[in-house]
Design a protein around this ligand. Structure first.
Ligand code: GLN
Ligand code: ZN
Length: 755
């Protein structure tokens, strides 16, 4: 082992949104015409400067430039390469900001570019839209301006872009049958021109993100890496090829021999791959070690990390976070309401810079004993805290048996008992849970939270909303009613706030897409449910009607997926704990006389691991957790679940294994195509395929819904079919909602006549 190298430190990217969500607010003001382009540009400028300054202050060896975007990094890459959807008719070289945002949000003539999840994160990117004429002839110069901007501030720059192969892989070919790989030469030529320009600017390093290497990659895509990167080897800056979110151990030989100057590994998601790479990595090549978690908010165990990488001391290594810090909030220092103990366990993006910095200094022989012992104290406090470990919860987990995850009887007998109990008509109608969240409702919730609205007044106002929703549903003639969820701000936060083991931040925002941010709860300890969470509201709602009132809960997998969760135990165990807490609520609802209970799992599919070989294990524990939450009740109690945005055909056995008596799903936008799999698979339980799209204000005509019901009846036996909208109605207003539901009921009435 040589000892000639000093260890360097860098990050793959920093959150662009701003500690105070400055970018969000500026962009939204720009959209409303409240500020002009130069005011918006100033905000962007200030944010970049700030983020680079923090990287410099943390003594990182480079600032990362190119992670900024007004809306999304993939859209920026499309604009840089000259790969914009032709249908907009925009000139990429002269693209103005207004047009950039139209690509992201649509305009009067064109719908927006499609958006989809960035790997297994909650970030959504705009899918590049390509056809055989996409010329990749270059576009806006923003990237180069930002590099000059950083250099003029005296920073050492490492530029970053999505890698060419990942860019193309994630793009969508517009023309059916068109093989987008045939565009690769044009893509490569466009990157080569960018490399030349970077060389002229004197940029030493370019990070190219190729996270698709962590997927099960088809051979033709894998085969592209060698020639593409070889063609880059002789021009321009040194290339750091960044992988993340999964192990790339299978490609160690490829990556070792690839003519790039360095490779980045995610050692948080895939720590085992370090050994594979360390054992025969050429001394000439940088190995960038992603050791600080870029996807979660816990303080790193710095001593443990140092112990793991000690053998590599003196090698050509860089230290970094596992992936871009885009996926964590910006600055913990802003949190004033968290208690000191809990706050001591957390690190947001800015704090993670410090962690990386301490690690680097340690490896370079500096005395960081004070930092390390402060860190060790935090780690020890978290590990031992009685706030995290609740013996009653672990005892319950230990005592779980197979029977706890199984209903008393099989579906057929439950169905028979439920038929007798509820006596619902054929094609029973229901809705997914939420009704319009009016300004008044939001104002009341906010005032109650602030303490300016007294508990009694708040309860009265929410009860009035429930009454209104029940009256409207009865007037419409819906069969299974809901209370409308007026008291809920968010379907995870509402439960997290009432469960033990969760904490909430004030500024822990993470970009979800464009100007939209989410503030995930922090699940820090063993989960339990001290008191009922929904029983009073649901009981009240049931007292207003003779019809069955459906209880409404969020499922364990969705609560897990949409929170920052513990890294000190497997996700499966955390999910079991949540499942037991939800189970308690389900049982209490049953005891209170609620006969139908829906446990929403919209995030069930998004929990799927990136590699197919890991799917079975996930699906096993995820479906089991759902069944734990659902199986504490008698056969006559009907359990529903709901999922949206999803294609399920490849995981139908797991959906069936959840054994919900009824599943409602989003299908209208796919014209019931999503349902055909249920038919072919012979999905055994009841299904409510959504018959209208709730995302649009359009009132769906009766004929449309009648046609969709008929189409559904062709693939699923009509005895198993329900009629409902695609999802909850909280984003709609009442007139739209009532008109749409009236049409839905009329369509159902007509469909029933044909039975
Ligand atoms: N019950 C929730 C609602 O109706 C479900 C939301 C969702 O599927 N995301 O709002
Ligand atoms: Zn939904």
């Amino acid at each position: 082992m040589t000892t000639t190298h000093t260890t360097k430190a860098h990050i793959l990217g920093f959150p662009r949104i701003g500690a105070q969500r400055e970018l969000k607010f500026a962009v939204e003001q720009f959209w409303k015409g409240e500020i002009d382009e130069s005011a918006l540009a100033q905000t962007g400028n200030a944010l970049r400067r700030q983020h680079w300054q923090w990287q410099k202050e943390a003594d990182l060896d480079f600032v990362t430039v190119g992670d900024f975007a007004w809306y999304d990094q993939m859209l920026n890459a499309s604009a840089l390469l000259g790969a914009l959807p032709a249908r907009f008719g925009f000139d990429a070289k002269n693209l103005i900001l207004k047009q950039y945002f139209e690509l992201a949000r649509g305009n009067a003539a064109q719908p927006a570019q499609e958006m989809t999840k960035w790997f297994d994160t909650n970030y959504h990117y705009l899918v590049p839209e390509l056809d055989e004429n996409t010329d990749f002839a270059g576009g806006v110069d923003w990237f180069f301006y930002e590099i000059e901007e950083a250099r003029s501030l005296g920073h050492a720059v490492k530029a970053v872009l999505p890698g060419p192969i990942t860019f193309l892989y994630l793009a969508k070919a517009k023309t059916a049958g068109f093989d987008k790989l045939s565009l690769l030469p044009k893509v490569v030529a466009a990157y080569a021109r960018i490399l030349e320009r970077l060389a002229k600017l004197g940029v030493e390093w370019l990070q190219l993100d190729e996270p698709i290497l962590g997927l099960d990659l088809e051979t033709e895509w894998l085969a592209a890496f060698e020639p593409v990167y070889r063609s880059f080897a002789y021009t321009g800056p040194k290339i750091l090829l960044a992988t993340y979110f999964e192990s790339v151990a299978a490609h160690v030989a490829l990556l070792r021999d690839l003519p790039v100057a360095g490779v980045h590994l995610d050692l948080v998601r895939a720590p085992q791959q370090l050994d594979v790479f360390a054992s025969n990595w050429p001394a000439s090549k940088v190995l960038s070690l992603g050791v600080v978690d870029g996807r979660n908010i816990w303080v790193s165990d710095l001593s443990a990390i140092l112990a793991r990488v000690a053998a590599l001391q003196g090698c050509n290594i860089w230290l970094s976070a596992s992936c871009s810090l885009l996926h964590v909030p910006v600055d913990l220092a802003q949190e004033t309401k968290l208690d000191d103990e809990l706050k001591g366990w957390l690190a947001f993006a800015k704090q993670k810079l410090q962690e990386i910095s301490v690690l680097k200094r340690a490896l370079n022989g500096a005395d960081v004993s004070a930092e390390l012992s402060a860190n060790a104290a935090k780690v020890a406090s978290r590990a031992a805290s009685p706030r995290i470990h609740n013996p009653a919860v672990s005892a319950r987990i230990q005592a779980l048996s197979e029977g706890d995850a199984r209903r008393h009887a099989v579906f057929a007998s439950r169905q028979a008992e439920q038929k007798l109990r509820f006596n619902l008509p054929p094609l029973p109608t229901t809705t997914i849970g939420s009704f319009p969240q009016t300004k008044e409702i939001r104002a009341a919730r906010a005032a109650f939270k602030k303490g300016t609205l007294a508990q009694n007044d708040y309860v009265e106002q929410m009860q009035a909303e429930i009454r209104l929703a029940v009256e409207k549903q009865e007037a419409l003639g819906i069969d299974v009613l809901v209370h409308g969820e007026a008291e809920r701000n968010d379907m995870v936060e509402y439960f997290g706030e009432q469960l033990s083991g969760f904490a909430f931040t004030q500024f822990g925002w993470v970009q979800s897409y464009g100007s939209r941010c989410v503030k995930p709860p922090v699940l820090f300890g063993d989960v339990s449910r001290p008191t009922p969470m929904t029983v009073e509201w649901t009981k009240y709602a049931q007292s207003l009607t003779q019809k069955p009132m459906k209880g409404m809960l969020t499922g364990p997998v969705t609560i897990l997926q949409w929170s920052f969760v513990r890294d000190d135990q497997p996700r499966s165990v955390t999910t079991q704990q949540i499942a037991l807490a939800i189970r308690d609520e389900v049982v209490d609802l049953e005891t209170a006389g609620i006969g139908i209970i829906q446990i929403d799992e919209p995030a069930f599919r998004e929990g799927l691991p990136l590699k197919k070989s890991d799917w079975a294990a996930y699906l096993h524990w995820a479906a089991e957790a759902f069944r734990i939450s659902a199986s504490g009740v008698s056969n006559q109690t009907q359990i529903h679940t709901h999922m949206c945005y999803s294609e399920f055909n490849d995981i139908l056995p797991a959906i069936a294994a959840m054994d919900a008596d009824v599943i409602t799903i989003e299908t209208s936008r796919s014209d019931m195509e999503l349902l055909t799999g249920f038919g072919t698979f012979k999905y055994p339980n009841e299904v409510g395929p959504g018959v209208y799209d709730i995302h649009s204000p359009r009132i769906p005509p009766v004929e449309d819904m009648l046609r969709l019901i008929a189409k559904a009846a062709e693939v699923v036996p009509v005895e198993l079919l329900w009629v409902n909208p695609d999802c909850g109605l909280k984003t709609r207003n009442w007139p739209e909602t009532e008109a749409a539901l009236a049409n839905m009921l009329e369509a159902t009435r007509q469909a029933r006549q044909h039975l």
